[in-house]
Design a protein around this ligand. Structure first.
Ligand SMILES: Cc1ncc(COP(=O)(O)O)c(C=O)c1O
Length: 361
């Protein structure tokens, strides 16, 4: 079966010696490998003030705290995402306010964001769902106009760009995930990028119990709470090896995504996500919209290709249910959407077979 998502690791011959080196180096915690990974990742993805973390969820939690979100505050967000996006809001004691989504892309709808703003709104948290950048021009304008920090959840969108700039660079904060099935994995890991460099010192303290690294433990003074959100050298060694192969892998996602963008809309009854002309998606998953998505699932199953939904709209969980409002566009999107694989493991022949089967119906 060609899966929807797949763990991608660098070749064994290059990864294993690096892993062995770090594992027996006597330095397996946060150290030079992490700092080297940070420098190289920042350079490759053109990020500025940023740091490696233990997970994307840790990066989300940090970004909300650094945005100044306090218990009882409201954070405008999307329900069409993986749960960590919104669990992080609950972790800081804030209230997720679900904006509706665009009916074709599943991405948060700027007009709905604007309608949800109140005096209690302390952050706007957007997700570049499935690797498609949200309408960042409009959303950045809203964030500036109302002076509300913008957090970009780029967990699905490593390598995506908007107006030629890498996602994660446009909002006040950007978060990335290196969890098992993302474009790039370090088994688990994350990255936080910060627009205003003055926050970086606090962010680094937040990542390490509230302690300042580099100051003698007997001298250092904790003034605010922090967590154990650091990346360790073993994950960083995997990350460093990944950086040699990731651009090629992302290019394959993009090539397959563009191929589907061109060919699927020509098939009667099928639609695909739309996005701004400034957006360059990195196509973590591909999404097809149809009134009969069950049929797509079974046709593709017959040729050994997995197709399915991947996420449950978060407001359907009991823990979020009390925050659910009307989201007619999300209901419509979720009813019609189905994901098909488009990652580096989908060959030219498979993608052609997918189109042939969809065409036959
Ligand atoms: C959209 C989204 N945000 C955040 C996360 C959290 O990332 P992590 O698993 O690295 O904590 C994930 C993945 O799990 C995700 O898909």
């Amino acid at each position: 079966m060609i899966p929807l998502v797949k763990v991608g690791l660098p070749p064994k011959e290059t990864l294993m010696p690096e892993l062995e080196n770090v594992l027996y180096s006597g330095m397996i915690g946060e150290g030079e490998a992490v700092y080297e990974f940070e420098r190289k990742f920042q350079k490759q993805f053109e990020l500025k003030n940023s740091m490696a973390m233990s997970s994307g969820t840790g990066a989300l939690h940090s970004s909300l705290i650094l945005s100044g979100v306090k218990p009882g505050d409201e954070v405008i967000t999307t329900s069409m995402t993986a749960e960590p996006t919104n669990i992080a809001i609950l972790q800081v004691g804030a209230i997720p306010v679900f904006a509706d989504v665009d009916v074709l892309s599943g991405n948060i709808d700027p007009a709905s964001i604007e309608r949800k703003i109140t005096s209690k709104t302390k952050a706007i948290l957007i997700v570049h769902y499935a690797g498609i950048p949200v309408r960042l021009n409009e959303i950045s304008n809203i964030s500036r106009q109302y002076n509300i920090p913008l957090i970009e959840d780029c967990a699905h969108a490593l390598g995506a760009k908007y107006s030629g700039v890498g996602v994660g660079n446009i909002g006040d904060f950007g978060i990335f995930s290196f969890q098992a099935i993302k474009h790039m994995t370090t088994v688990d890991g994350g990255f936080l990028s910060i627009k205003d460099e003055r926050f970086l010192r606090d962010a680094k303290k937040f990542r390490w119990f509230g302690l300042e690294k580099g100051v003698a433990r007997t001298e250092v003074d904790i003034t605010s709470i922090g967590y154990k959100y650091n990346m360790h050298n073993v994950a960083a060694a995997i990350g460093l090896a990944q950086l040699d192969v990731i651009s090629e892998k992302i290019s394959k996602h993009v090539s397959n995504g563009k191929y589907f963008d061109q060919n699927i809309p020509r098939i009667p009854g099928l639609e695909v996500p739309t996005f701004d002309a400034e957006a360059e998606p990195s196509y973590w998953l591909y999404t097809v919209l149809s009134d009969d998505s069950d049929n797509i699932e079974s046709c593709l199953k017959d040729i050994g290709v997995q197709a399915s939904k991947l996420h449950r709209p978060n407001h359907q969980h009991s823990i979020f249910n009390q925050y659910a409002g009307d989201m007619p566009q999300l209901d419509e999107y979720y009813k019609r959407m189905i994901h098909i694989p488009c990652g580096w493991w989908v060959s030219d022949e498979i993608r052609q077979n997918i189109i042939d089967v969809l065409r036959k119906g």
